[in-house]
Write a protein that binds this ligand. Sequence first.
Ligand code: TRP
Length: 451
Amino acid sequence: MANLSNSNERDQWSSKIGFVLAAAGSAVGLGNLWRFPYTAGQNGGGAFVLMYFVILFLVGFTLMLAELIIGRHTQLNAIGAYRKIRKNWAWVGGIGVLASFLILSFYSVIGGWVVHYVVRTVTGGLALADTNAYEGLFVGFITNPIQPILYHAIFASLTVGIVMGGVSGGIEKYSKILMPGLFVMMIIIMLRSVTLPGASEGIKFFLAPDFSKIDGSVMLAALGQVFFSLSLGMGVIITYGSYLGKSENIPQNSITIPLVDTGIALLAGLAILPAVFALGFEPDAGPSLLFITLPAVFAEMPLGMVFALIFFLLVLFAALTSSISLLEASVSFVVDQFKLSRKSAAALLGLAVFLLGIPSSLGQGIWSDLTFIRGNDFMDSIDFIASNIMLPLGGFFLCIFIGWIWGIDNALKEATNNGKISFKLAGFWSFLVKYVAPLAILVVFFQGLRS
Ligand code: TRP
């Protein structure tokens, strides 16, 4: 394994497909399977999905390429990368590393819920006769003050363990096998869900936009979701790009990764929302949707518990390939910056993340009366600050940095491997980075904060 504590000998992806899978592994996670369906459900279904696509095209692809360019150019972590190009811009990378901390803290709590569902399925506790009982089961679990925190600790430890293994030894190996598996599984579940009696109402809700529902807060939710789902705005993709070899075609990657990510999110939406309508749940139920609706769908399938087990295992792996990228952002910073060993950095940061996650877990039960931002509990407030505020801000400054400070010419040189490969959309992309993406972010941002 390469020695990551020496920045002259940085690890590299052992193969091209390894990088694509690892970056897609970072992008595809609880954001697609858990956050996308419930956020769509809370924000008018199709109206949200439409806004998601608009922002994906104007901002998502654009920033994916921008981050890959900076990462590969500098071969450094997010903060180091900004600093190397312009000393006084390091703080933008700093926003990102801070956001990764905040996100990982609640991400790991949800990851713990998934671990619990795996265990529950194995021990036979997920086979219920009455589909309505799944709600009680879930609520009973997350409101418990102790159990979910133990599962959160398990998930955080798994994350730390994999990150300790290094890039090609850890991250890449797991992504290669499990990402395709997840894809196949999502298709099977989606097919069962859309053929349930009464599912058509849900398909319509999810895919037919009701334009009157689009307002500032739906737009802000979609903006936050694009950033969250694509792992943008905090330098994760910069960090991953820094492990890319100089001959890779990064413009191509910046299209593949968002496409894969969005495909999985749509499958998850089609697996969950039609079932919500068919089985009589509420689409705006929020964070619990995945954990209540899908077990009820499995109960309607032959060999349902086998499917449930495979599914929750795959969700767990998808969550881990994302959480390792969240942790990797700060680990790689601490390793590059303080010359700490990779193992100690991962362990220390993992512990901090675990502690910060505890209030998110308690907020589901004994602390549920405590509200912070916009009447939200601790977890949703942290999510709001990190995903809807810090990530878009990080993305905005990234556009300004590339378009106006470092310069499009330098960026294009890196994107085309010094002119060795062709990048047909270069002109269009430059226009998006300089004008469209930063403006779109600002407009949505302020509209959303006002409403
Ligand atoms: N994109 C991941 C998901 O959808 C979560 C994630 C991983 C993330 N790394 C990130 C979100 C960096 C924002 C920034 O589950």
